[in-house]
Design a protein around this ligand. Structure first.
Ligand SMILES: Cc1cc2nc3c(=O)[nH]c(=O)nc-3n(C[C@H](O)[C@H](O)[C@H](O)COP(=O)(O)OP(=O)(O)OC[C@H]3O[C@@H](n4cnc5c(N)ncnc54)[C@H](O)[C@@H]3O)c2cc1C
Length: 368
């Protein structure tokens, strides 16, 4: 019978980061099982945005720590991730949102992150193609940007493999097997792999995987679409990833063209707020589009920890649209939990128990 020290379920940015950080910590007897192909879940559908501008201080700390790894990614793993560190520009059209972002900027600066509050006129100087009608302010952080999620997955996976981790694709975990309150293995079809530790990083399927072990992880799928135009409509290269916070419309340059998306799924619903804020978009054709699922949690924050009722069952999921950018620090954290090291960032408030009747939820308000 096959046995190993740790099984990681899911080969997206979270699972591969966990596998890499376990191997870095000297824990190399690890099997990563991916039902489909590496990165084929939400990760390959993501816009690749990396921002320090979160509302929750834990997300800001995780993003800041992740940034240190993203900027050294090639040196650490040998893989290029095409990180365009052009900043994020958030456009704000109400006093309520301005107050939210002003308070968040104060918190972000306390971690040494250089976030600036801008007037609408100053935002226009950053992206001259904007229509700033109705804006009351903006924020800008030059540390933010975007990278290629699939490259991050491949980079982590190959670095983990070189350190001895086994990565098996096309292998779906059908059951997490337990005995007397402990994990003892997983079933993969007819095969059983014996292990004392399982990390559930199955994205939107995390709830279903956890349920086979009697653990409740409240993760739901919310479908989002992204559009690409081969034309940039005069929007210059090097502009920040720009987000119209009220509507969720965002865009960034991609090669010769533009990537854009928002909270609206149907193009006709998205184009109205999009063209209002970026009139040039009305003149460029949509060349292609794709969709994927946000792995949503009830309070829009990640769910990370070890199940209190089941020893050896770890989980990292529910990142609600910001899992890619947090994946380096989340992977490091889970590896610390599994190997019994002191966590670099205390993520106890993100445990699943916060959703129990007597738990304390932790709401992330800056969700795109
Ligand atoms: C349109 C869109 C845009 C986004 N933009 C951004 C962004 O700009 N920045 C950002 O930070 N985040 C963004 N996100 C969110 C981000 O993509 C996710 O939070 C992140 O990819 C989650 O990674 P994951 O590894 O947890 O999940 P996934 O990438 O979904 O990986 C989970 C993997 O588990 C596998 N799996 C499932 N069940 C099993 C099983 N039983 N056995 C074995 N394997 C299994 C799946 O096949 C999958 O490959 C976006 C998401 C979408 C949909």
């Amino acid at each position: 019978m096959v046995s190993c020290d740790v099984v990681v379920v899911g080969g997206g940015c979270i699972g591969t980061s966990v596998a890499y950080h376990l191997a870095e910590a000297g824990c190399t007897d690890v099997v990563l099982l991916e039902a489909n192909t590496l990165g084929s879940g939400s990760t390959s559908k993501a816009a690749g945005g990396i921002r320090m501008q979160h509302g929750d201080s834990l997300n800001t700390q995780l993003a800041h720590r992740s940034l240190a790894e993203f900027t050294r990614f090639e040196e650490l793993t040998g893989s290029e991730i095409f990180f365009h560190q052009v900043g994020y520009l958030f456009l704000l059209d109400s006093q309520l949102d301005l107050d939210l972002f002003r308070a968040a900027a104060r918190m972000q600066r306390s971690f040494g992150i250089p976030v600036e509050l801008l007037s609408p006129q100053a935002a226009l100087e950053v992206v001259p193609q904007l229509d700033i009608d109705g804006l009351v302010g903006a924020t800008f952080c030059p540390l933010d940007g975007y990278a290629t999620p699939e490259s991050v997955v491949q980079g982590y996976a190959s670095a983990a493999r070189r350190r001895g981790v086994q990565i098996r694709q096309g292998e779906q975990v059908t059951r997490v097997v337990t005995n007397h309150g402990r994990v003892i293995g997983v079933d993969v079809g007819d095969e059983h792999i014996s292990t004392p530790a399982v990390v559930c990083a199955a994205g939107v399927a995390s709830g279903a995987v956890a349920a086979t072990a009697g653990v409740e992880l409240p993760v739901s799928a919310v479908r989002r679409r992204i559009f690409f135009s081969k034309q940039a409509g005069g929007v210059s290269d090097g502009i920040p990833l720009t987000v119209d916070f009220a509507t969720g419309f965002y865009f960034h340059r991609e090669g010769p063209g533009l990537v854009f998306g928002g909270r609206e799924f149907e193009p006709e619903d998205l184009m109205e707020p999009a063209v209002r804020r970026l009139p040039a978009l009305g003149d460029v054709p949509i060349s292609s589009y794709w969709h994927g699922d946000y792995d949503m949690s009830p309070d829009h924050n990640g769910i990370v920890g070890e199940a209190h009722q089941l020893a050896g069952f770890y989980y990292a999921t529910g990142f609600s649209g910001h899992g890619f950018q947090l994946s380096p620090a989340v992977g490091e954290h889970v590896a610390e939990l599994v190997t019994g090291r002191m966590p670099t960032i205390d993520l106890a408030p993100l445990r699943a128990e916060r959703f129990a009747a007597d738990g304390t939820r932790r709401v992330e308000r800056i969700v795109i």
